[in-house]
Design a protein around this ligand. Structure first.
Ligand SMILES: [Mg+2]
Length: 167
């Protein structure tokens, strides 16, 4: 199973920051349809501040996500700060001390973070909130994990067969 080294925290964090930064206008556009259109601006502010705080340091994934979560929670605030802050801080706790994460580990991180948000706001899956997106992501992870396991186990009979033939 493919794994990602947690020592690559800075690179992963930078990919997250760049994704939010380059989609900031789009996020604000989406927010504008139902809200005040500042979601992209606020997210971008928090992610860019994280880039400045981490700087050139090579951080463990847990430290990177925790820094991001803390900044979103304490410096950005509003409605999104506690939600995304909690989400990333829980993901950070879930991979603390881990050398690497695989698909199973990432699924566990997602589940833990999603559960924390559920507890925080009292929303449930199906309420048409951000939780629905996370729930979909968890299902996708589990589906792909099953497909990965199936692919691995499907290979077994042919290996056994060739072994039998060579005997
Ligand atoms: Mg807003």
């Amino acid at each position: 199973m493919e794994t990602v080294a947690c020592s690559q925290g800075s690179a992963i964090l930078e990919a997250l920051i760049e994704t939010i930064h380059s989609n900031a206008a789009f996020l604000s556009e989406l927010d504008g349809a139902i809200g005040d259109g500042d979601h992209g601006i606020n997210m971008d502010k928090g992610f860019l501040k994280t880039r400045a705080v981490v700087g050139d340091r090579q951080v463990h994934l847990s430290e990177g996500l925790d820094t991001l979560g803390n900044i979103l929670l304490n410096d950005i605030g509003g409605a999104m700060g506690p939600i995304y802050g909690t989400f990333f801080m829980e993901m950070a706790s879930a991979c603390q001390g881990c050398e690497s994460i695989d698909r199973v580990g990432f699924g566990q991180m997602l589940k833990r973070a999603t559960h924390a948000i559920e507890e925080l706001g009292g929303a449930k899956v199906g309420d048409k909130t951000l939780l629905d997106t996370f729930d979909e992501l968890i299902r996708l992870e589990e589906y792909e994990l099953c497909a990965e396991i199936k692919k691995a186990t499907d290979k077994k009979p042919s290996r056994t067969k060739s072994k039998v033939h060579s005997d």
